[in-house]
Design a binder for this molecule. Structure first.
Ligand SMILES: NC(=O)c1ccc[n+]([C@@H]2O[C@H](COP(=O)([O-])OP(=O)(O)OC[C@H]3O[C@@H](n4cnc5c(N)ncnc54)[C@H](O)[C@@H]3O)[C@@H](O)[C@H]2O)c1
Length: 381
């Protein structure tokens, strides 16, 4: 991710100093930037002169002190290990100018914890790009508990300067917005499979061909990596034990070395290419269950002040390729219908994950049922 972030900064006219653990890795990163810019030139997205100018803006520098001594904004994209990131943050803090903002591209770790490793926690922020960062439009700007509004605003402005669409994640919760909503939805699919209510193919067919998601959920889990899905699910269930209980589906697969696409096998066999999901099974799984999980998850994010409905919808459309965001979808389906679906599932399956978020219950009790009543997550004219 680091080389891709350096590339888009340089493309936006920003001077970049890039470092890594040694010269060989730095050079590898630089070569990947060159390769990517050449592809853009081949496809006529940019001109050769623009590629040359972008490359001329990138310097390879040894050591954190030399890399950040003149920086206004630092982005860290080291491996996903909190102790390592804290060590890096404290080293950057010791050498960067006092006004500099330090951002992390972490997907799951606490921005607050990284801020606490510095003497400038107000100037530490999450800037979560999506892979490949050169092409994916979304950036989640994440506030730690001490991040100032001004720092978050600078990160939002920078994301816009890079041509991205930023969303503001106002609280440092695990999964931020996109991975949190996806987590609720994955969990619903994994439970349905585990309980024997539907097969992998029935669920993926319904999700892909009925709901219009870009991939089936098992296909996506394999694509992301089952080790990553397992760690993210466990973090979510540790933080939200009252509403997220993880079924023993992915954990045992990871233990058996089935990590998805990267190991050749996960829910699907990837050795023979991308799986074919049968179209004809699309009616054999109730896709409203997936919608209800997504809408309930989004409601929790609104209820707990993590993000506003507009940003949640933008995040799911631009970060996960969903045709609609969960809040606009909830308003369209009817929030009373969604709550009824959750209650029906809770009665039948007696699982805490189906407990409707208090925000949904409050909206429905006020008659705010979505588009039909002109008030739900959004207000309609
Ligand atoms: N890959 C993704 O899809 C994705 C998406 C969004 C965010 N992220 C986040 O970006 C960060 C990097 O992920 P990645 O997939 O690019 O990982 P990666 O393993 O491809 O790259 C990690 C980089 O850190 C360097 N590195 C290794 N050990 C180091 C050390 N001890 N100190 C400093 N640098 C070290 C490596 O040389 C490499 O350049 C993580 O925090 C990850 O959660 C990844």
């Amino acid at each position: 991710m680091g080389h891709a972030i350096a590339e888009i900064m340089a493309m936006a006219g920003i001077g970049v100093s890039m470092t890594d653990v040694n010269r060989e890795f730095m050079q590898k990163g630089y070569d990947r930037i060159k390769w990517s810019l050449e592809k853009f030139v081949e496809k006529r997205t940019i001109r050769q002169e623009e590629m040359d100018a972008a490359l001329a803006r990138i310097k390879l520098v040894d050591g954190y002190a030399n890399t950040v001594s003149n920086a206004d904004f630092v982005v860290e994209a080291a491996p996903e290990d909190l102790d390592l990131k804290k060590k890096i943050f404290s080293e950057i803090d010791a050498s960067a100018p006092p006004h500099a903002i330090i951002a992390s591209n972490t997907s799951t770790l606490s921005i607050t914890a990284m801020g606490s490793a510095t003497k400038r926690p107000d100037k530490v922020v999450g800037m979560h790009f999506f892979n490949p960062a050169q092409l994916m439009p979304l950036v989640e700007v994440v506030k730690g508990s001490k991040t100032s509004d001004q720092t978050a605003q600078v990160a939002v402005n920078l994301a816009k300067k890079l041509g991205k669409t930023p969303v503001l994640v106002k609280k440092d919760v695990r999964g931020f917005v996109v991975n949190s909503v996806l987590g609720y939805v994955f969990n619903e699919a994994f439970w349905a499979l585990h309980r024997g209510e539907a097969t992998r193919d029935q669920i993926d067919s319904a999700v892909k061909y009925k709901a219009g998601f870009p991939m089936g959920l098992f296909e996506l889990a394999d694509f992301v990596g089952l080790d990553i899905i397992d760690s993210a699910s466990n973090q979510m269930s540790a933080e939200y034990a009252d509403r997220v209980k993880v079924p023993p589906v992915v954990g045992p697969m990871v233990k058996a070395g089935k990590l998805g696409q990267k190991s050749g096998e996960g829910f699907y066999n990837w050795k023979t290419g991308r799986p074919r999901i049968p179209f004809e099974l699309a009616d054999e799984f109730d896709v409203d269950r997936i919608y209800a999980a997504a809408i309930n998850g989004a409601a929790w994010l609104v209820h707990e002040g993590v993000a506003i409905p507009e940003d949640i919808d933008t995040a799911m459309k631009f970060g996960a390729g969903w045709p609609s965001g969960p809040c606009e979808l909830g308003d369209r389906l009817g929030l009373d219908v969604v709550v009824a679906k959750l209650n029906e599932l809770q009665t039948k399956l007696n699982e805490p994950s189906y407990k409707p978020c208090p925000l949904l219950e409050e909206y429905v009790s006020k008659g705010w049922t979505g588009r039909k009543s002109k008030r739900g997550f959004y207000t309609y004219a």
